[in-house]
Write a protein that binds this ligand. Structure first.
Ligand SMILES: O=C(O)Cc1cc(O)ccc1O
Ligand SMILES: [Fe+2]
Length: 436
């Protein structure tokens, strides 16, 4: 039986309503003179009050204590969880690639386990994003986090996560992603008590992720709205010595708390966390020829102020049939105005024969040339073009309109592959003016 806390409300962008105790949600109004069960009403906004209806996001929380019952915030020392602007770090035009982040040897929770690879834009201007990897071997037990700078997109690579949030709990194994809205208080724990967990995080400083338009694809396809899952209300009623960590303008602050802030008994609204099983993605691709642009694989897009030009897109390369006729089937050689940070959840990626391994990452910045490695090119030119199933593969890309600055700690990391560009240097001229 699924535990009552791990049930889900479905639908992307819906106005949800949920209560952990019967009648806890006020009926017909948000702010009654006295709330049921002696709860406090608190509005939690994700957009300006006056944002157009189709973008407007807010939830109403009915909680045991209002969020203002907290101690004074003090600035914490810097950690490897960095932020934009990565001033002083150049936008490096070299293709870059890394092995997985090592699992820490000392106890390390989600906050301590975040290691920043790249960032663009800036949180105080609400533009751009930052890309981090986490490697953790401990749960957040007595501390809680909120990120005022960003919405967090989490892509686990190994180890199942339990995201305990104010609005309820999300179980997020590898193969799923989860999105935590800007400002929500939460804890990251491992769903299985022991062992480590690895994954990727996109801190989206801009407007919230939404589903891409479908255009001529029609009313269905790609990530279907009904497959997005939001938690049901579930609350702690515990007192003790706790800590609330706040992420604000790229720095961490800590305030003491005498109770768990996950004390929301009922809520309604649309500024919510959610998870999505990436195997539900309805992959659409060519059934004739050529390799379409990877925008057909967009799961979520965070728009910028220029239509069609994302602050950041979340794109996946899932298991799929590859059937293009008389075509070079893997990704082509290219130079892209958008900047591409890639990760691999499992299996292998069709543009790279080796070196890009699960838990690894790559960065190809604005206009940096990249594409299939020499071995992948050679085999794709020779392979018989029977229908082929790419079955063991789940790569993804955070693709942004803003070039990424790569952190010094990532550029100098021992797990960086300094010789990455060698994968292309075997591509010799095969030009023969006599052979059309
Ligand atoms: O560089 C990459 O591997 C990502 C990518 C994949 C693809 O199919 C087309 C373009 C692209 O940038
Ligand atoms: Fe690319």
């Amino acid at each position: 039986m699924i535990s009552p806390e791990l049930q889900y409300l479905t639908g992307f962008g819906n106005q949800h309503a949920t209560e952990a105790l019967p009648g806890a949600l006020p009926c017909g109004q948000n702010s009654p003179q006295r709330c049921p069960y002696g709860l406090y009403a608190e509005q939690f906004s994700g957009t300006a009050f006056t944002a157009p209806r189709r973008h407007n996001r807010r939830s109403w929380l009915y909680r045991i204590r209002p969020s203002v019952v907290q101690g004074r915030f003090r600035l914490l020392p810097p950690t490897p969880w960095l932020s934009a602007p990565l001033t002083g770090d150049p936008v490096d035009p070299n293709p870059m690639r890394w092995h997985p982040l090592p699992i820490p040897e000392t106890p390390c929770d989600f906050i301590d386990g975040l290691f920043t690879f790249a960032a663009n834009g800036r949180p105080d201007a609400q533009t751009g994003c930052a890309v981090h990897l986490y490697a953790l071997n401990a749960d957040m037990q007595s501390r809680y986090l909120y990120d005022a700078d960003a919405e967090l997109l989490i892509v686990p690579q190994s180890g199942e996560l339990l995201l305990r949030t104010e609005l309820g709990q999300l179980h997020v194994p590898p193969g799923h992603c989860a999105v935590l809205p800007r400002g929500i208080k939460f804890q990251v724990r491992r769903a299985q008590a022991a062992g480590g967990a690895h994954g990727y995080v996109c801190e989206n400083f801009g407007a919230a992720f939404e589903l891409p338009e479908l255009g001529p694809i029609g009313a269905n396809g790609l990530a279907n709205p009904r497959d997005f899952e939001t938690p049901v209300a579930c609350y702690d009623d515990i007192s003790g010595n706790f800590e609330l960590v706040a992420r604000v303008d790229g720095r961490l602050w800590s305030a003491p708390l005498n109770h768990s802030p996950l004390d929301v008994v009922a809520w309604h609204g649309n500024h919510v966390p959610y998870r999505y099983d990436l195997s539900r993605f309805n992959t659409i691709n060519t059934v004739s020829f050529d390799h379409p642009d990877p925008s057909i694989f967009t799961v979520l897009t965070a728009p910028s102020d220029t239509p069609g030009t994302a602050n950041v897109d979340f794109v996946i390369f899932p298991p799929r049939w590859v059937v293009a006729e008389h075509s070079f089937r893997p990704p082509w050689f290219h130079r892209n105005v958008m900047s591409e940070f890639m990760g691999l959840v499992q299996g292998r990626y069709d543009a790279k024969t080796s070196g890009f391994i699960p838990g690894g990452s790559s960065l190809h910045n604005c206009m940096s040339a990249h594409g299939p490695d020499a071995d992948a090119f050679e085999s794709a030119c020779q392979m018989p073009l029977a229908p082929q199933h790419l079955d063991d593969s789940l790569a993804f890309m955070f693709e942004s309109r803003y070039p990424f600055r790569c952190s010094e700690q990532a550029r100098n990391a021992p797990f960086r592959q300094m010789n990455y560009s060698d994968v292309w240097q075997g591509l010799r001229s095969q030009f023969d003016p006599g052979r059309p």
